[in-house]
Design a protein around this ligand. Sequence first.
Ligand SMILES: [Zn+2]
Length: 59
Amino acid sequence: MESAPVSCSLCGDVRDPSDPAALAWAGERDERGRDRWLCPGCTRRHTRDIEARLPVEWW
Ligand SMILES: [Zn+2]
């Protein structure tokens, strides 16, 4: 089954599944249960923000 097109939630870049770089995209589920995707560039730029973010249960 084909998954829906994915775009970066920060810069809007669209993920191309046929591109090997697509494997480097980071997916996560936000507090509303929606999938959020970050392109490799944004993942690298925001690694510290992402890792520092506490899970919702800790708010
Ligand atoms: Zn991006």
